[in-house]
Structure formats: C-alpha cells, structure tokens
Design a protein around this ligand. Structure first.
Ligand code: BTN
Length: 245
C-alpha cells in the first residue's frame, strides 16, 4: 500500500487531483493528512476535523473500462467498504445514508466525496475522499447529528490500523466494479440503507415537507421515493433532505 502522509494540506482530494498525473501516482495511492485547511464536503460544504484526531484521506483509483452511467456503483462500493469495517469493529447500528454518508445509529460518523476525471463516456481517475471521525469527542455546536468512533466505544482508536483496514476493504469492494458485479453491490447497499422502505418526512428544494418512503435507487443514483398517493418521484442530491432523523 502506497501511503503519502502529510502534516497539513488544503484538501487531500485536491492534492491528488493536482499531483496524480504530474507525479504518475499508481492506482490505490493513499494521501493522508493530519490537518486539512480547506477540507471539502459534498455540495460545496466544508469538512471540519480536529487536527490529528481523525482520518482524513483520499485514494486514487484508476479505471480502464468504467462507464459514467455506472458511476453510482463506486459510491455504493466505497460506502459499503467503510460500513463493513466499522460494523466488524464497533458496537452500533451502522447505516449508509443516501448517497454515501455513514451513520452510527442516527449520527454521521463518516462522509465521502468522490471526484471523477472523465474521458469521453468513461471515468478514468477517481479520487475518493473519506473523512472518518475517529478520536474526536467534541464537535462544534453548529454541526448536529455527528459522532465519532471514540464517542461510541469510549476507547482511543488506532487510526493507522483502521486506515489500512478501510483501504483494504475499498480494494475488496472495488473488485465488484472490475468484475461488473453491479447487482451484487446494489443488493448489499440497499440492505444497509438508512430508512429504506420506512415512512419518513422529507423536505424538497422548495422547502415543501412531505411523507414518503425510499423504495429504490435509480441507475443514475437518484433517490426514488414513493409518495403517499403511491406515485414515485426521483430526486438528485441537491433536491432532497430528510426532514428529521
Ligand atoms: C461529506 O460528507 O460532505 C463528504 C466529506 C468528505 C471529506 C473528506 S476528508 C478527506 C477528503 N479531502 C477533502 O477535502 N474532502 C474529503
């Protein structure tokens, strides 16, 4: 495993994007930072993480034959990879919250940011950024519903070992993509999906609150919700949120 360890960097995702081609990084190169000065989250958010306490890292994965239309399977593979490691080692109920947040019970313990470089209809280089809350125990009051593995287990966790376990697990789940076993990935993902088939309140982009239940994920990775009138609607990430936990 090729791990580049940095003390401080703006963002490990940005570091790989800026250096991978120039420095000919091999597939599965891992970049780990003790501190990110501009850690990035989904939808342009900031990823905050106390220096030295957590895992903030990115992995470069190169593909030869991975169609853009199949890109959500990578999100499935990576979130499953993280979830499976946590499930084996910690006592909590872990879920994947669509599209790829990892929850411990109802609180977020890890987030994933995938950035792809595309040539024609294919994904060539994928940068998988993972922020996993490990040994941080205090979070700013503005960030709600967040936890860490130490908060769950009450013990200090060996970050290095956990990193290796997660990277190995990502290699294992990415193999499903190489073998084009997409349906297997989807089945495993759906089995761990937060609030799957359970009535829940959602808020759409117009701030309308409505009841519905998640019944599927479309091929494009959209959330498919069955409304109370039994019609289904598909939503992109920007278009929907849970109204409550
Ligand atoms: C999210 O849930 O919003 C995704 C968070 C992803 C954070 C990680 S930390 C390592 C990598 N570098 C970044 O700038 N972001 C990702």
């Amino acid at each position: 495993m090729n791990i580049i360890k940095l003390n401080a960097i703006d963002s490990t995702n940005s570091y790989i994007k800026e250096n991978a081609v120039k420095n000919n990084f091999e597939s599965f190169t891992v970049v780990l930072a003790e501190k990110q000065t501009s850690g990035r989250g989904q939808l342009g958010t900031v990823w905050e993480s106390e220096q030295g306490k957590n895992l903030t890292f990115s992995i470069l994965i190169k593909f030869l034959d991975f169609k853009i239309t199949q890109q959500f399977y990578l999100s499935m593979a990576v979130s499953l990879a993280v979830l499976v490691v946590l499930k084996k080692q910690f006592e909590a109920t872990f879920y994947i919250k669509w599209p790829n947040d990892i929850l411990a019970d109802k609180d977020k313990v890890a987030g994933i940011l995938i950035e792809n470089s595309i040539v024609g209809n294919f994904i060539k280089n994928s940068v998988i950024g993972i922020g996993l809350n490990v040994n941080q125990t205090n979070f700013s009051k503005e960030i709600e519903h967040v936890t860490s593995l130490k908060n769950i287990s009450s013990v200090e966790i060996d970050k290095e070992k956990l990193l290796i376990d997660v990277v190995n697990s990502i290699e294992y789940f990415v193999e499903f993509i190489y073998r084009k076993e997409f349906l297997k990935l989807k089945e495993m993902y759906m089995n761990t999906l937060y609030k799957y088939k359970i009535p829940a309140m959602f808020v759409d982009k117009n701030n309308t609150v409505f009841m519905g239940k998640i019944v599927n994920i479309s091929v494009e990775g959209q959330l498919v919700i069955e409304l109370e009138n039994e019609k289904t609607r598909k939503f992109n990430l920007k278009e929907i949120k849970f109204a409550s936990r």
